[in-house]
Design a protein around this ligand. Structure first.
Ligand code: NAP
Length: 302
């Protein structure tokens, strides 16, 4: 059997089209578009390329977008003042501070200074609490878990009553996706198990999963014999395992591998996400969705 591929690249296009349409409608009716600011400190190449992609995507869907680049030696007080400025800027609906921050800045202090109603990354403790409560309390689910749930829904996978096993318990992927899948509601209502490095018999847990979500950061951690035949496998892992020359650009690029032995797993699973091109493209897409939601909350139409 060969599993159905759940392609993040395709789902991203669908969602970005939907967002573009909604933005145009809101602009026509309310004469306003969502505003997103990304704050970049210093010149870390990876951070710069993430921010560029976020800004490009925001532009594509019709948002007002601001890239606010600050020197690496900006003081914590000046950065807090900048966040305060955007917290009070009516044209801005989403504030994103690109991580990691330089050592002299307290990351927690910065993230906690963002107005929870503009925290489109969903990392502020208020939004973490809202996610835990669930239902209509939820404003901004964190982007990678939100992307995972969206992929499961759009792939038509039944979640109600499903056994979901999440490998990994990080604050940005494992814990929030586990919480989201156990809530009441569409794309959830699952029975959830979370496994991690201290779990006994990890294989036995994984074998029970109708939906297996793997976010460990260990290449090929999940073996094909751990997968229940027909299961939906979501591989969040992005692991650099080498380098190659790109046929398109001639430049050296990383060889990426997921946490699941994809080639073998696709013969057993019912559906599976590839790496790259699976969960990866969904994160920025959901950031756009959260920013649009932020404006809709403000207008009272969400
Ligand atoms: P993380 O903070 O390092 O957390 C990894 C989790 O996996 C931890 O809870 C750890 O358990 C668990 N784990 C590690 N090795 C394990 C093993 N051998 N057996 C069982 N559990 C194990 O990582 P993260 O930030 O959640 O990211 C996970 C992966 O997803 C990474 O490859 C990352 O690059 C990728 N990622 C992708 C996206 C995207 O595509 N957009 C976004 C975020 C992350 P303990 O808690 O016991 O240490």
């Amino acid at each position: 059997m060969s599993a159905k591929l759940i392609k993040g690249t395709e789902i991203r296009e669908q969602i970005l089209e939907e967002i573009t349409g909604e933005v145009a409608q809101i602009k026509e009716k309310h004469n306003v578009v969502p505003g997103l600011v990304t704050i970049l400190i210093g010149e870390n190449p990876a951070s710069m390329s993430y921010v560029t992609l976020k800004i490009k995507t925001a532009h594509r869907v019709g948002f007002k977008e601001i890239q606010d680049s600050q020197p690496v030696d900006i003081s914590e007080a000046d950065l807090l003042a900048l966040i305060d400025k955007y917290n009070n800027d009516d044209s801005i609906n989403g504030i994103l501070v690109q991580l990691p921050l330089p050592d002299h800045i307290d990351e927690k202090k910065i993230l906690n200074a963002i107005d929870p109603d503009k925290d489109v990354d969903g990392f502020h403790p208020v939004n973490v609490g809202r996610l835990m409560i669930g239902g209509s309390e939820v404003k901004f689910p964190p982007c990678t878990p939100a992307g995972i749930q969206e992929m499961i829904i759009r792939a038509g996978v039944e979640t109600s009553g499903a056994e979901v096993v999440v490998v990994g318990r990080s604050n940005i992927v494992g814990k929030p996706i586990a919480n989201m899948m156990l809530q009441k509601g569409d794309g959830a209502n699952s029975t959830v198990t979370v496994v991690h490095t201290r779990t006994k018999n990890m294989e036995e847990h994984c074998k029970r999963a109708d939906i297996l979500i793997v976010a460990a950061g260990v290449p090929d951690l999940v073996k094909p014999e751990w997968i229940k035949p027909g299961a939906c496998v979501i591989d969040v892992g992005v692991n650099r395992v080498g380098e190659k020359i790109s046929e398109k650009t001639g430049k050296t690029i990383a060889i990426l591998k997921g946490d699941v032995d994809f080639e073998a797993a696709k013969e057993i699973a019912g559906s599976i996400t590839p790496v790259p091109g699976g969960v990866g493209p969904m994160t920025i897409t959901m950031l756009m969705k959260n920013t649009l939601k932020s404006l809709k909350f403000k207008l009272g139409i969400e």
